[in-house]
Design a protein around this ligand. Structure first.
Ligand SMILES: *Cc1c(COP(=O)(O)O)cnc(C)c1O
Length: 442
């Protein structure tokens, strides 16, 4: 499979020289023209795959999908190793009742769905780095969740050093512990500034000639194609677990940068019979506004309880538009979107607990609200619905405990890092200081 840049999207006019291998796309992260990589085609999976689906393991499902995209570039035995390493935790469907289920995507090391993408990206990059034989340095700016998934994904990968920049005093205690308690090839840089400063430092480093001539750099943020593709695996895996597949099937996806939703749409294009996707948003409603009006107006993000969805300019929107050749009607056919504020989100956390005894985190709660909204508006059909639960409620213990008057139990894998000592390198938000630090490491 070849990959193209979203800035070179028109298939009829596409410059054939601007076609990239998976290896190039993964290692570059972003295309030279600033676009995001997308597969040149999304082949439909053979019918037989769906008839056998219930007998196929999660890893086998992942392998089949991955094979379509990278089977020509990575030997099947190496690909199997990558999948077995990356997909080492389940994605179970938890039934609330006969119509609604929760897809729990938080069983990975950092308790959020980003573990799927981060682990797969780490394993594929690790494979390419060992093949190419040149050390790689990954710079990531994080406001919390992305950084820890990336850090854990790459932990111990030979030939790859990871530098995580996070804003001092602006991430939660749990997030900070997750970012700062790994050793080996992971270094946490505590930046005296904001998340935007962290991002600026990373972006400036990528275009700094001196740094680039002395060290091989890569980013690992959510736009990397190696993070996007594996997120489609669990749509198939969860569809497999749906008991009654005769009704219309809806997936509600708590959305920020729209990577998770894009991966679901890719699965649908490959033949997974999902009737409708819901892009569930918090008060950052740019995507909802786009779906409803067709016009896209990026704006600064506002802070909410579901903070991993606080995005004012979702980078994957361009991929969604590409998937639908920018035809708004077709996009609206497949995607519904609605937004909810924090007060309503808290009410939903309470409602799920009172009705079903289920403890959900604020992101999943937004997904549940959006689903309910859809079901109330379009109530003439029978549906089988799935809400993606993107993080474990213990990651948002303060809010959840307060709303439910309970004490959410902290899973062992999270508790373990809370007792470890924080280790960081403290830097100002000045680029020259950051640059000197990096160059001393090269
Ligand atoms: C990143 C994240 C989201 C948003 O996912 P996108 O792919 O950026 O839309 C939702 N929930 C949680 C917990 C996240 O970490």
């Amino acid at each position: 499979m070849k990959f193209y840049s979203t800035n070179n999207a028109n298939a009829s006019f596409r410059d054939k020289n601007k076609s990239f291998s998976f290896e190039q796309a993964v290692m570059m992260g972003l295309a030279e023209d600033g676009g995001l990589f997308m597969p040149e085609s999304l082949p439909e999976i053979e019918k037989d795959f769906f008839t056998r689906l219930e007998k196929i393991s999660f890893r086998e499902i992942a392998f089949r999908i991955a094979e379509i995209f990278i089977g020509q570039e990575i030997s099947l035995s190496n690909l199997a190793d990558i999948i077995n390493d990356a997909i080492n935790f389940p994605a179970p469907l938890h039934k609330l009742n006969n119509e609604i289920s929760i897809l729990e995507l938080f069983h990975g090391p950092t308790l959020a769905f980003k573990d799927f993408g981060a682990r797969f990206m780490a394993k594929t990059m690790g494979y390419f780095v060992s093949k190419e034989g040149e050390e790689l340095n990954i710079l990531v700016a994080t406001s919390g969740d992305t950084g820890s998934a990336v850090a854990y994904g790459f932990y111990g990968t030979p030939g790859i050093n990871v530098f995580i920049l996070y804003p001092k005093g602006k991430v939660s205690l749990i997030q900070e512990k997750q970012l700062t308690t790994l050793d080996k090839n992971i270094t946490a840089l505590e930046i005296d500034g904001t998340f935007d400063d962290c991002q600026r430092l990373v972006k400036t480093a990528f275009v700094d000639k001196e740094i680039c001539s002395r060290m091989r750099l890569s980013s690992a943020n959510s736009i990397n194609i190696a993070r996007l593709l594996p997120q489609s695996f669990y749509y198939f895996e969860s569809y497999k677990q749906i008991e009654n597949k005769k009704n219309k099937i809806i997936y509600s996806v708590p959305s920020g940068n729209l990577g998770n939703l894009t991966a679901g749409l890719i699965a649908k294009k490959m033949g997974l019979p999902i009737n409708k996707f819901i892009g569930a948003a918090n008060s950052n409603s740019v995507f909802t506004d786009f779906i409803n009006s067709g016009s896209f107006t990026p704006r600064p993000s506002v802070q909410t309880l579901s903070n991993a969805m606080d995005v004012g300019n979702p980078s994957n929107l361009i991929r969604i538009r590409n998937l639908y050749s920018d035809l708004l009607g077709d996009i609206q056919n497949d995607i519904y979107s609605v937004s909810f504020d924090d007060v309503t989100t808290k009410e939903a956390i309470k409602e799920l607990y009172d009705k079903f005894g289920y403890i959900i985190d604020p992101h999943g709660a937004v997904g549940y609200l959006a689903l309910k909204d859809y079901l109330e508006k379009f109530n003439s059909d029978k549906y089988q619905s799935v809400v993606l639960e993107t993080a474990h409620p213990a990651k948002f213990k303060d809010v959840v405990d307060e709303v439910l008057s309970v004490s959410v139990e902290i899973p062992e894998r999270l508790a373990a890092c809370l007792s470890k000592k924080k280790r960081t390198v403290e830097l100002s938000s000045d680029f020259e200081e950051f640059k000197n630090y990096l160059l001393n490491k090269s």
